[in-house]
Design a protein around this ligand. Structure first.
Ligand SMILES: [Zn+2]
Length: 533
């Protein structure tokens, strides 16, 4: 539970002042009328937690250094961290805590943490024990004497965890049983859903799965499953019961009876172990994401962040003739930025670096977020360990667990930049489980990242001499930090003579900048069609 919280807080929180105007919400409480300061970002109202806690007569404790605020109510303490999407709810009587994820992070303005009101109402309702309603159109907040029923917040004792409980409490390891493809099932509750791990003794295809009538069905045709697999499963989180069903002599399926509050399922393969990981999303988080989708209607595509990979003491990959990746990345980034500024006047261009300097990976995301970026483009050049070989081509990467060893190797190289950083420990290892949580947090952007990479792939093939190897996926820290759609572009292989020559020539760089620029332009047109602005 705590692992992802730390992961996100390390990556995303920073003290940071928005130059943003404050407005007032009218508040009706105890037959009196008063006000509450708020600011608006991307159509979401964020209220001052200092003022809100005063209004609800709750004590609070601020830690300005870490951007954390604790609001202490009679029975619960509510904790927010600036620039962090997680909310921690602590029950005083038994020390039990629950972590929720909001679709957007809290903000900080001077010494005050601003929390997204619509995504926080349930928590305040529960803590204050009276009904709080918000009319966002009228900017009215009404607090009545009507007691609030906690059931609506699915907060049963079973779903809460003790704070002292170790983060990952795994059942005793089951020895791999090579007689069966799937020999064990482990179910864990996570802050934003439930994770099912099917332990496998060999690599099996990612199974088809679907949820219907409160049951998750996982179809495993031609896959053998240990007959006593059910006896050792401990249901957790949204999973209440597990069943192994024989469909025909060679076809089995697993059925997971789900409790209230599930939304969708997704399946992945753990790269290291080949285990199958299936996530079941939490409806509450999903509902919030839906609101976020609606809110997006107000989004304007007005800022592109261009991230030239590496820089300063970190040269990146070195080419066949000694060309340094950092120089190529910067040259393309600046050419691209110029094209956008010149031809798309409504779009601000933000560079994470515009000269040869070292910028830590987490700072690149921070720059993107602080400047209200709507699309993050990280520009790189690829390389193989062996120089001067024929392997060449362009690739565009989405932030998702890497599916191939090659993709993983590339992510490892790009991520290895952190070894140049003063505090590499700030990045939690991107294990598959951590990764799934990151992907879930990023899922609201994925559709847009995919759409951009599709467009870029088409434009690239039209305009650039370097052949396209297509759209891939892997885990890049730099994409994790940016809270917006984004891709990492591997423009070509410096280890290949043809690609290197193209990448270092001004003509080649212009060609590449032009292809990316055309993709941004087309993406903008699609975006505006979709949102009607
Ligand atoms: Zn690179």
């Amino acid at each position: 539970m705590k692992i992802k919280f730390i992961f996100f807080s390390i990556l995303l929180f920073t003290s940071f002042v928005y130059s943003q105007r404050l407005y007032k919400i009218t508040v009706y409480i105890d037959n009196k009328e008063t006000t509450l300061s708020y600011l608006e970002r991307n159509g979401i109202d964020f209220v001052s937690s200092n003022e809100f806690s005063d209004l609800l007569s709750a004590n609070r404790f601020n830690n300005l250094e870490t951007g954390k605020i604790e609001i202490k109510f009679r029975e619960y303490t509510l904790k927010y961290t600036a620039r962090n999407q997680f909310v921690i709810l602590n029950r005083k009587s038994d020390g039990i805590q629950k972590i929720f994820q909001m679709p957007v992070p809290a903000l900080i303005l001077k010494d005050d943490v601003f929390v997204p009101l619509i995504f926080s109402l349930d928590y305040f309702n529960l803590c204050y024990e009276k009904k709080i309603t918000y009319n966002s159109a009228a900017k009215n907040l009404t607090i009545t004497d009507e007691p609030f029923s906690a059931e609506s917040l699915v907060l049963s004792k079973e779903t809460m965890v003790k704070e002292e409980k170790p983060a990952e409490q795994k059942p005793a390891a089951v020895k791999p049983d090579s007689r069966y493809d799937v020999y064990s099932i482990i179910i864990d509750e996570k802050s934003n859903g439930t994770l099912i791990r099917l332990k496998t003794s060999r690599k099996i295809p990612i199974p088809r799965h679907s949820i219907s009538n409160g049951n998750l069905f996982v179809f495993l045709p031609g896959i053998t499953i240990s007959p006593d697999i059910i006896n050792n499963v401990k249901p957790a989180g949204l999973v209440k019961r597990v069943k192994r069903t024989v469909v025909s002599s060679k076809n089995f399926q697993l059925e997971f009876a789900l409790g209230e509050g599930y939304s969708t399922s997704e399946a992945y393969q753990d790269i290291e172990s080949s285990d199958i990981l299936i996530t079941i999303g939490d409806k509450q988080i999903n509902a919030a994401t839906q609101v976020m989708e609606d809110v997006k209607l107000k989004w304007v595509f007005d800022a592109v962040v261009i991230d030239a990979g590496h820089g300063g003491k970190d040269p990146g990959a070195i080419g066949v003739t000694g060309v340094r990746e950092k120089d190529i990345n910067l040259a393309i980034a600046l050419k691209l930025g110029k094209l956008i500024s010149k031809n798309l006047p409504g779009i601000r261009v933000i560079y994470t670096r515009d000269k040869d300097e070292f910028i830590e990976l987490y700072k690149r995301g921070k720059i993107a977020n602080e400047n209200g970026g709507k699309l993050f483009l990280s520009i790189h050049c690829n390389s193989t360990v062996q120089k001067d070989i024929s392997y060449r081509g362009f690739e565009v990467y989405l932030l998702r667990p890497g599916r191939t060893q090659k993709a993983i190797a590339i992510a490892e190289f790009e991520n290895s930049v952190i070894n140049y950083e003063d505090n590499p420990q700030r990045y939690q290892k991107l294990t598959d489980e951590n990764f799934i949580l990151v992907s879930m947090a990023h899922s609201q952007y994925m559709r847009y990242s995919e759409s951009f990479s599709d467009i870029l792939n088409v434009e690239w093939k039209k305009k650039v001499e370097i052949p396209s190897l297509g759209i891939k996926q892997a885990g890049f820290y730099v994409l994790v930090g940016a809270s917006m759609p984004g891709v990492l572009i591997e423009t070509g292989f410096l280890s290949n003579r043809k690609d290197e020559a193209h990448l270092k020539s001004a003509a080649g760089q212009n060609e590449i900048a032009d292809a990316i620029y055309s993709a941004v332009k087309k993406y903008k047109e699609n975006y505006e069609k979709e949102f009607g602005n």
